[in-house]
Design a protein around this ligand. Structure first.
Ligand code: MSP
Length: 516
């Protein structure tokens, strides 16, 4: 079985998780489930970023010791991942001993190689971004070039990593590997940046007198490690990095790092260069998704327009007759269906409700409910008259088999879902055109049996394809159809893999939400 190692960013624990964080983990979870369905051994790493001044300040503001504060923060994220059905394999925290050890080793190795030196430094510092800004274009009055918040001018001695030494290597690497950064627009952004700027060496230490909460800098007791340098290393420490570690040898290079577009440079410039300097292969791909916005603004703590996913799920459940699984699946579906992953999306309650009502309650939910009803009413819950798919299904089934995996492999969830829903609509139309109630009146029991087998088998295939995005909904469909093999392996996607169904109806998958 071949492996597939995928990661998410480590989330800062200074604030509660919001919809943007949920988005990255839902993307990664759907990809992990899809790869497992394709019989790959997926390893999905997520976690929390727990060092730095921003976290320390938040702990102080909450009247809390830093360690107790980050413990609580990490728990908040884990709680959300459980609620959202995120099937991660490991959760790394930058305060974990095994991570701290690897960070120290990395710095010592880079020092031995001559890639770290000490120098005087003058720059503007943005605490919320944990980033230094230099150069004539940065002015204190204008604030941080990234987030526009206040910056402070700082002059101090620090340790530097020789990014500049590897600039040409990175340019050559990117040119030779155009699919290293996806989507294409982000690849062009990185190349454009490298063509218009020469790389400055990266300041990787912070004096303890200014930043006290961090990993001790192994070369000097007066310093801690810069948070970004610390956090990026999680992608190797999280799978047991040391050159002879079997797990590391098996899993590295990562197959995909999922990130948001705001942290592109850290992952496509700093990170591959750090690995190159350590003689470690670069990851195969960095995929940068867009932002969720509200009223045209990025959703973030500092803008105060947070959408809290736990509250959202609670409210959505209330609107869905208390069905929390429907709320979680509806939320996951909305985020992946509404916009292509590389673009920005606009979040609103109305858009969420419309999607759930039209696609999930109407098209999918009704199809399942009325099919199961008919099997109960006409056949006493059992279907076993196997038959080939009707000609109406054929084109759609072929499209699904051909295009679904291409879209999923290309991180095109919305297109993959469109294909599945095209099939759902075809099945619904087949019901209307066949008019089973007429067959029933005419006592055509054999035809009804064959027709209902076709519906049940069609729905089973739909559930299989939907599983990576809406796992609980697919599990429910399988239970209701009485499907025994619950592996959700795509090897089961061909017609006729299940020969009989024993119906066990549950509450509707997605009740319709009232819109006033
Ligand atoms: N701690 C760093 C990452 C270190 S990885 C070695 C960090 N953390 S973060 O909590 O601020 O953001 C984590 C991720 O959430 C980023 O990928 C970011 O793009 C994503 N999102 C934050 N707000 C977002 C939206 N409004 N919409 C979509 N995703 C956004 O950066």
């Amino acid at each position: 079985m071949s492996k597939f190692y995928l990661t998410t960013p480590l989330y800062y624990v200074n604030a509660n998780p919001h919809i943007g964080h949920a988005y990255t983990n839902i993307i990664a979870d759907s990809m992990a489930r899809y790869k497992r369905a394709k019989n790959k051994e997926a390893f999905f790493l997520t976690g929390t970023d727990e060092h730095g001044e921003k976290i320390k300040q938040a702990a102080v503001a909450n009247n809390c010791e830093a360690k107790a504060f980050v413990n609580k923060g990490a728990e908040n994220f884990k709680k959300l991942w459980t609620k959202l059905d995120i099937s991660y394999d490991s959760f790394i925290r930058t305060t974990d001993d095994c991570h701290i050890k690897v960070v120290s080793e990395v710095i010592s190795t880079l020092k031995e190689k001559g890639d770290i030196y000490k120098d005087k430094y003058k720059a503007f510092y943005c605490v919320p971004c944990e980033s230094f800004w230099t150069g004539p274009q940065v002015k204190e009055a204008d604030g941080c070039p990234e987030c526009k918040r206040k910056v402070e001018e700082i002059e101090e001695e620090n340790y530097f990593f020789k990014l500049s030494k590897y600039e040409q290597w990175l340019k050559d690497f990117l040119k030779a590997n155009p699919s290293f950064v996806m989507p294409k627009i982000r690849y062009n952004e990185v190349l454009g940046f490298l063509n218009n700027n020469s790389l400055e060496d990266l300041c990787i230490s912070r004096p303890k007198k200014r930043v006290s909460w961090g990993i001790d800098f192994p070369l000097d007791d007066n310093y801690v490690v810069y948070v970004w340098f610390d956090a990026l290393i999680n992608y190797i420490s999280g799978v047991g990095y040391s050159l002879n570690n079997d797990n590391f040898k098996k899993l590295w290079p990562a197959d995909i790092h999922f990130i948001g577009k705001d942290i592109l440079r850290h992952h496509t410039i700093f990170w591959p260069i750090m690995l190159k300097a350590l003689d470690i292969e670069p990851p195969k791909r960095v995929f940068a998704h867009g932002w969720w916005k509200k009223d045209e603004k990025k959703i973030s703590k500092s803008r105060g327009n947070i959408v809290n996913p736990l509250e959202l799920i609670k409210n959505l459940s209330l609107s869905l007759a208390g069905n929390e699984d429907a709320a979680v699946n509806g939320f996951r579906y909305f985020l992946l269906r509404e916009v292509p992953v590389g673009l920005d999306g606009s979040f609103s309650w109305d858009a969420l409700v419309n999607r759930i009502n039209s696609d999930l309650a109407n098209d999918l939910g009704n199809l399942v409910f009325r099919t199961l009803n008919m099997v109960e009413k006409y056949l006493g819950s059992e279907v076993s008259s196997q038959t080939t798919p009707p000609k109406e299904f054929e084109g759609c089934l072929d499209n699904l088999a051909n295009n679904y995996t291409t879209h999923m492999d290309g991180v095109e969830f919305s297109l993959a879902l469109e294909e599945v829903f095209a099939f759902i609509r075809v099945i619904n139309k087949y019901i209307e055109d066949t008019k089973p109630w007429v067959l029933w009146k005419e006592k055509k029991i054999k035809e009804i049996g064959e027709f209902l087998y076709q519906l049940c088998e069609g729905i089973r295939i739909v559930a299989l394809y939907l599983y990576p995005i809406m796992p609980k909904a697919s599990e429910s469909i399988y239970r209701q159809l009485g499907v025994e093999n619950k592996s959700f392996s795509l090897a089961e996607s061909s017609w006729g893999k299940v020969l009989s169904f024993l119906i066990n109806k549950e509450a509707p998958l997605f009740p319709r939400i009232d819109v006033d």
